[in-house]
Design a protein around this ligand. Structure first.
Ligand SMILES: Cc1cc2nc3c(=O)[nH]c(=O)nc-3n(C[C@H](O)[C@H](O)[C@H](O)COP(=O)(O)OP(=O)(O)OC[C@H]3O[C@@H](n4cnc5c(N)ncnc54)[C@H](O)[C@@H]3O)c2cc1C
Length: 396
């Protein structure tokens, strides 16, 4: 009999996991998704950048799965005609004080095996991005952009072609393990699986609680707001322009990113949201759970200055514009219009630490992806391989 595996969440990670399990294990997979379409949350609301692996500590899961993920994704997009363009990326130091961090980044990128890394001076960076300024930059010529929602839709087709199913409009409401199997109540139907993999993004904690695995970390949502460049201002950026990130945070700072459809996004910032799907300021739906987690307040106490700066950038367009103008000074407020934002699912520990690496836990017959922030879209196909190696083999 075919092994039956359930996957919660039809984001790019859940769909990649389902495809991998159907392919390598020959499992009959069922993906349960509460929304009416695939990629409705983080997968459909991100910067669209295929990260090359510059930032992550060598030896971390992020470093390894990002590099593997890039190779798999590039091949997958080519095989299925999904847009993928190596537009290249500059990480720009705007002050001399940032130079040592820039050099450290170049070293880390080389240690991670990122190809083509070059350190450029103020003049050379303008040959790559003629409208950008800085005292120096790291150039990653193969950093790419991709249509992640299209990848997710294609993965869903693969799952169906492999005999599995993607059930949309099926919110998972209850989970229990019984007689060595996992019963899942989703929508109005009861499903019985041999194993369950949870890739619930912003909904992870709720599903973990249903599985009796609350764990030691919680998802804290960080809204990422974007603007888009209008008209001729789009020509001010050829590829991807990033600041030197603050090493204390997993977020990369407001950047300018060309999209596969020709738009150029500016953002995202990182504002603590008070609802898991807090796409708007006024949504306080999960305030109790989010502020009730001791890690949230501890994090806020340690990082209140940065938090206030992010809030300022959220409320004042001028603050957002001045961040972008540090790298592309020709930009004016009139060049930017609001664009839809996203919400990151970022795991935070009880002591307030923002978890940097990907985290996957096993609880009985349930495998839980606890932390899959950026670059999880880039790494999705490699994360899927990693998880397929973790899901215990079926013993009947
Ligand atoms: C603003 C922003 C910018 C980013 N930029 C990049 C980037 O440039 N490059 C990159 O690689 N990554 C980027 N990321 C990160 C990337 O988007 C995510 O890491 C990735 O999409 C995670 O995929 P996922 O499948 O885990 O989560 P999601 O896409 O969020 O999918 C989780 C799914 O689970 C479903 N779900 C939750 N609870 C339940 C339930 N109870 N029952 C059924 N279904 C449920 C949700 O509806 C959702 O569809 C960015 C993220 C954000 C927010």
């Amino acid at each position: 009999m075919r092994e039956k595996i359930g996957v919660v969440g039809a984001g790019i990670v859940g769909l990649a996991v389902a495809r991998e399990l159907a392919t390598v294990r020959g499992a009959e997979v069922t993906v349960l998704e509460k929304e009416g379409r695939v990629g409705a949350h983080q997968t459909g609301h991100n910067s669209g950048v295929v990260h090359a692996g510059i930032y992550y500590p060598p030896g971390s899961l992020k470093a390894r799965l990002c590099r593997e993920g890039v190779a798999l994704l590039k091949e997958y997009c080519a095989a299925h005609g999904v847009a993928y363009q190596e537009v290249g990326k500059l990480v720009i130091a705007s002050t001399r004080a940032e130079r040592p961090r820039l050099s450290a980044l170049a070293e880390r990128a080389r240690a991670n095996g990122v190809p083509g890394i070059a350190e450029l001076d103020a003049l050379a960076l303008r040959e790559i991005e003629p409208h950008a300024v800085g005292v120096g930059a790291v150039h990653s010529p193969y950093t790419a952009i991709c249509d992640f929602p299209a990848v997710a839709r294609r993965l869903a087709l693969d799952v169906a072609e492999l005999g599995g199913s993607v059930r949309l409009g099926y919110p998972v409401r209850a989970i229990r393990e019984r007689a060595g199997r996992v019963e899942v109540l989703a929508g109005r139907r009861r499903h019985v699986f041999d194993q369950l993999v949870v890739c619930g993004g912003l909904g992870t904690d709720a599903v973990a609680r249903m599985a009796g695995a609350p764990g030691n970390v919680r998802i804290v949502p960080f809204r990422g707001e974007f603007y888009a460049l209008k008209g001729a201002a789009r020509d001010l950026v050829r590829g991807l322009v990033y600041p030197v990130p603050d090493p204390r945070y997993p977020f990369l700072g407001v950047h300018l990113t060309r999209q596969v459809d020709g738009r150029v996004l500016v953002g995202p910032n990182a504002v603590l949201a008070l609802a898991y799907e807090g796409y708007r300021w006024r949504n306080f739906r999960n305030i109790g759970q989010i502020l009730g987690w001791p890690g949230t307040l501890r994090m806020a106490r340690s990082h209140w200055r940065t938090g206030l700066r992010e809030v300022r950038g959220s409320l004042l367009k001028s603050a957002f514009v001045s961040d972008a103008r540090r790298y592309v000074p020709e930009l004016t407020a009139a060049d930017l219009e609001r664009a839809p934002g996203g919400v990151r699912a970022q795991a935070v520990a009880r002591d307030g630490r923002l978890l940097d690496d990907f985290v996957v836990d096993v609880h009985g017959k349930v495998v839980l992806v606890r932390n899959a922030p950026s670059p999880a879209a880039t790494s999705s196909l490699a994360i899927a391989r990693h998880i397929a190696g973790i899901v215990p083999a079926l013993v009947r």
